[in-house]
Design a protein around this ligand. Structure first.
Ligand code: NAP
Length: 462
């Protein structure tokens, strides 16, 4: 066995950490995202190989069996997963991190407790690591179930929910303090059990439209849980990596909260101030106008400027290449086309940016919410492709809507709005869209890809 010094491991871990930092930086723009991913992968490769060389790693058989079993499940899942199902996969992966933190903390406590006195700092690390891990584990399971459609996306609310959550949070803090002063196994597991319950309770009341914030919050929790595990295992790389995930997840949650006009404190306590009345979706039987692909093509051809609002339906239909063709056809005919991106359009942060980048739509024509909103009133027409919640004016006007307060793309302010969707079904939040009943709005029913191709064919024919 090679005899490597502590300095070697410290240096190698530093290299891996720097690669992770540059990897994260790369992910901040689509142009550098691929390089960012590659750097992070190299960093993880360095981290794994170097950790395997540590003298305290003895049982290679168990480690490789675990790696093989994980790869046997992970590789097929990762290669087959649909882009639209990524959020639930991410939520499931967060739950594993949380569970691992609980198991490592529990196991470490049992080993140390059986050998006598346990240091107070270690006790603190163990109980905090287990509590964060437990909240992450059950919270992520609920997020997975909601995103996968196993549980309805409507908020599950009851009276006194916030007080209960705050009470459980207080109980975790109090029992943890008692555990550190006078450690015993039942108290450790009691804290873990309360944290497991709290994880369920903080995510259950979150409505569908607010799920992105929760997923990024759980991402942050999973980072802190990993960091706590790093302290327990005395592994500086795990501490640093966990802190990177924890803080970048927290920053993302803050950005998402600002974008969604929600309070970060309410996210942490669960529920966003949702009330029982707000959780009920209303339905209406009002008439709405419909249009054909030819009608839309005619309107677009005679327009000077158009704004396209892509949403989850574009991802489902994989319509991004048809959308690019439509963009090129309209450009060819002298029509200015801009894309409006809502921060939570689709099912994961940056979902629409990724799809538009994949079809090579120029970044300069892709505008964020604040940039594009003043443009809607000046636009001759808006084409909404499989978006729903992100253009629902109820978020502005209807105080009883679960969407109320969420910033939206002001598509309804345009002269004409064409919406492509397959049916009158609501969007992810389960809330009916008032826009569809506005006089300036027409629905084109059908699959987003086929409808876009239909509009392109009509444009070519004219
Ligand atoms: P949305 O509100 O979920 O609406 C998607 C629309 O696409 C639906 O109206 C659906 O109507 C239509 N659609 C689905 N498949 C289609 C197809 N093949 N062709 C044409 N239309 C199709 O989507 P959104 O406006 O993008 O809003 C995203 C929602 O997801 C928000 O509530 C957001 O908070 C939530 N969310 C976002 C994230 C994130 O990180 N971005 C994560 C989790 C949840 P039909 O069924 O009638 O076709």
């Amino acid at each position: 066995m090679i005899n490597l010094s502590g300095d070697f491991f410290a240096f190698a871990y530093l290299v891996a950490t720097v690669l992770f930092v540059f990897g994260l930086k790369g992910l901040s723009h689509p142009k550098t995202a691929l390089r960012g991913n590659l750097l992070s992968m190299v960093g993880m490769g360095v981290a794994i190989v170097v950790t395997l060389l540590r003298p305290d790693v003895k049982n290679y058989g168990v480690i490789f069996a675990g790696l093989l079993a994980g790869a046997a499940i992970g590789v097929p899942v990762a290669t087959r997963i649909q882009m639209t199902a990524m959020p639930q996969l991410v939520a499931a992966l967060h739950s594993f991190v949380g569970l691992a933190a609980v198991l490592v903390a529990g196991g470490t406590y049992l080993i140390h407790a059986s050998s006598g006195h346990v240091d107070a700092v270690l006790l603190f690390e163990l109980v905090v690591g287990s509590a964060i891990g437990a909240i992450t584990f059950t919270g992520s399971l609920v997020a997975f179930a909601k995103l996968q459609g196993l549980v309805g996306s409507a908020p599950l609310v009851f009276k006194g929910q916030h007080a209960l959550n705050a009470g459980l949070f207080g109980a975790i803090a109090l029992l943890s303090a008692i555990f550190i002063a006078s450690p015993n196994a039942p108290l450790f597991w009691a804290v873990t059990a309360i944290a497991l319950a709290l994880g369920f309770l903080v995510v259950l009341p979150i409505g569908g439209s607010d799920m992105p914030v929760v997923v990024s919050m759980l991402n942050s929790y999973s980072g802190w849980a990993a960091s706590a595990t790093g302290f327990t295992l005395n592994n500086p790389l795990l501490i640093a990596t966990g802190a990177l995930v924890g803080s970048s997840g927290a920053i993302l949650s803050y950005i998402m909260c600002k974008a969604m006009n929600r309070s970060l404190v309410n996210v942490i306590l669960g529920g966003f101030g949702t009330t029982a009345e707000q959780s009920a979706a209303e339905t209406t039987t009002k008439p709405c106008k419909t249009a054909s692909t030819e009608d839309a093509a005619f309107a677009f051809e005679n327009a000077t400027n158009i704004i396209v609002v892509p949403g989850y339906g574009m991802a489902v239909a994989q319509a991004q290449h048809a959308v690019k063709e439509l963009y090129e056809q309209l450009h060819h005919k002298g029509v200015e086309v801009k894309f409006a991106i809502h921060p939570v359009a689709g099912r994961m942060p940056g979902h629409m940016n990724v799809l538009l980048a994949e079809s090579e739509i120029p970044y300069d024509d892709v505008l964020e919410l604040d940039e594009v909103n003043p443009e809607f009133a000046r636009a001759d027409a808006v084409l909404v492709i499989g978006a729903n919640d992100v253009v629902n004016p109820a978020a502005r006007s209807n105080k009883s809507s679960p969407l109320y307060g969420m910033p939206i793309l002001d598509a309804y302010k345009s002269k004409m709005v064409y919406v492509i969707k397959r049916s009158m079904n609501p969007g992810y939040s389960g809330v009916e869209n008032e826009l569809f009943y506005h006089d300036n709005c027409s629905l084109i029913f059908g699959d987003a890809k086929k409808v876009c191709e239909g509009i392109v064919n009509s444009l070519k024919a004219e």
